[in-house]
Design a protein around this ligand. Sequence first.
Ligand SMILES: *[C@@H]1O[C@H](CO)[C@@H](O)[C@H](O)[C@H]1NC(C)=O
Ligand SMILES: *[C@@H]1O[C@H](CO)[C@@H](O)[C@H](O)[C@H]1NC(C)=O
Ligand SMILES: *[C@@H]1O[C@H](CO)[C@@H](O)[C@H](O)[C@H]1NC(C)=O
Length: 265
Amino acid sequence: MLRLTHSMGAVFGTLTVMMAALTPVSADCTREGLLAAANSYIAAQTSGKLDGLNLVAGNFTYQENNKVADIKRGVLSQALKIDLNRSTADTTACASYTMIISSGGSKPYVLATQIRHNGNDTSSIAMIDTIAATTGSLFFNAAQTLKYIQAEDWTTIAAQPESREVLKKAGDAYLDMWTDKNAADSIPWGSPCERVEGSMLTKPCNGALPRGGSAKPNSMRRYVIDETIGSVDVLCAFDSLGDMPDSHEIRMVGGKVKYVHTITV
Ligand SMILES: *[C@@H]1O[C@H](CO)[C@@H](O)[C@H](O)[C@H]1NC(C)=O
Ligand SMILES: *[C@@H]1O[C@H](CO)[C@@H](O)[C@H](O)[C@H]1NC(C)=O
Ligand SMILES: *[C@@H]1O[C@H](CO)[C@@H](O)[C@H](O)[C@H]1NC(C)=O
């Protein structure tokens, strides 16, 4: 039988306290891990093959246009020639957001994809959640969208991260404009600022904004917030105008909105 003397107990107690202090309190994901997983997704979409994706065994969810679907029958199982890809990382939520534009094939696509992980383990993927706009989607013209997005400046401003709360508030206020007449004026619009909605370009951003009028809030909001880039992407069901699968991405620079992207099916 093991009996601790009083002083041994004190030593063990001190060790326990020291070890607790050494254990990181935050279980945040690494940016590198999140972007590596996003890149494995981009590679899979390029080849149309799923073998390179490390999906959580037994508990992986594939969602396309707000509905749980079979990954083998989704857009991810089609090889796409990718013209543009851009990813952001949410180290707190352990999720990433990737935009993909494929304009050349017989079926062009603009994809908005959030990837989620279990805990902080980015080595495997727990969920792939895609809004897949194609011919027939709202204001859809992939080649035109590509032109606008390519011209944007998404370089990282490392010295000036945006606040997570401010980013989330901007994303929510944007989606609330259809139900809340005061939401549009609560958003810190930048100058210059442009909106790319499908293939439609609007600048400045605060021209022709909705001011309430719908009784139905946009629902099912899923967020990827990247403070370093200053971006928030919200996937949702755009219920204010009828149940449409939708992605709204906002980039802020210096606390002001600079870009808004809308991908709506
Ligand atoms: C992930 O979380 C665990 C605790 O849940 C922690 O021990 C580990 O250091 C974390 N890893 C990273 C990369 O943050
Ligand atoms: C399965 O995934 C869901 C959603 O990601 C999560 O809430 C749940 O805890 C997971 N279950 C197991 C057994 O890991
Ligand atoms: C994704 O974008 C990066 C950065 O622009 C580029 O280097 C890479 O080749 C792209 N990947 C694909 C599959 O197009």
